[in-house]
Design a protein around this ligand. Sequence first.
Ligand code: WQD
Length: 332
Amino acid sequence: MGETVLVTGGAGYIGSHTALALIKAGHQVVVLDNYVNSKPGALDVVSDITGESIVVVEGDATDVDLVEKVLRDNNVTAVIHMAALKAVGESVDMPLEYYRNNLESCMATLEAMRNAEVWKFVFSSSATVYGDPDVCPIPETASIGATNPYGMTKEMIEVIIRDLAASDDRWKITSLRYFNPVGAHESGRISEAPVGRPNNLMPMIMEVATGKRDKVMVFGDDWPTPDGTGVRDYIHIMDLVEGHVSALEYLDDQDGYDVYNLGQGRGTSVLELIAAVEEATGLTIPYEVTDRRAGDIAECTADPTKANEVLGWKTTRTTADACRDAWNSQQL
Ligand code: WQD
C-alpha cells in the first residue's frame, strides 16, 4: 500500500528527483517548498513524466501550523525532510542563518508531525558530518566531526532526531548521509540548476561544457591522492533518491532511529571526473589548477555496505552514466 509522503524542499534538485522516484514506486507525493533555492517548474515536469499529480504548497517548513495543516489536509503518512540551506562556503559566512533555518525547519516539521500523529521521518543528512574522515571508505560507525556550520546543522539534527526517537517508540526515523549527488533523470527534463555560481564540481564542469565558463578551476593537485586532486564518491541522483524509497519502505520494519550512507563505494578524482565528462560529451574541458579551497579534504568515499545489506539497496548506475545524464539534461 503506497504512502502519502510530504517532501519538504521537494522542488529542489534532489527533492524533485525524489518525488519522481516515490511516484514510480507507487506512493503519493505532497511538496512544501519556499522556492528560496528552487523553481516550481521541476514538479510540473515530474507530473508530466509520471502522469501523476503532486500537491504543491508554497511555504516555509519553519511554520509549524502550516506544516501541520499540510499533513492533515493530505492525510500524509510519512515525511522526507530536505528543506535546508546547503552551501558549505555560504554557511561559513552566514552561520546564524544556517543554524536558525536548518534547525528550526526540522524541529518545526517534527513538532507538526507529532501534533498530527505522523511518525515516519526520513532526514536528508550528509557525509559532511564525518568532517575529515579517519577512515576511507567511511562506515556509519566512523567518528563524526563536521568542520563547517552547514555540516554541523546536519550533525546537530541527527542528535535531535536520535533523541526524539528514543523518547517515544512511535517514532520511526532514518538519517541518510549523502555523498556527492550528480547527474539527472534519464529524460533530461529535471536537472541541477544552481542559482548563481555553482558551488559543486559537476555543475561547474557542465557550465564549462555548455560554454558559460571558459575553464574549471581545480582546487589543488597536491592532495595525498593518486593524481593529487580531491577524491569524492559521486552517486547518480537516481540511485540516491531510490535509496530514499528503500529507506522509507523499510521504516515499518525498523525500530526507532537508524542511519545509512548513500554512496557508490568508489572514489573519483577531480581530474577523473573531468575526463569522464570529456568522454561522455566528446568535448575538451579546459581546467587550471589553483590553490586548495578552504575546508576541503583529500578524500570522502562511502562504505555503503549497511544500506546494501539492511535496506536491500545498492547503486546500479556508474559515474559515466551520471556524466551522460548530466550532459543530456543540459541539452533541453
Ligand atoms: C568536490 C571536489 C573540490 C569545485 C559538497 C558539500 C557536501 C555535499 C556535496 C550537501 C572537491 C573539487 C569543486 C570546483 C574543484 N553537499 N572542486 N573545483 O565539497 O565534496 O561536498 O557538496 O550535502 O555537503 O560539502 O563537493 O563538488 O564542492 O567538490 O576542484 O570548482 O571537487 O575541491 O575535491 P564537496 P564539491
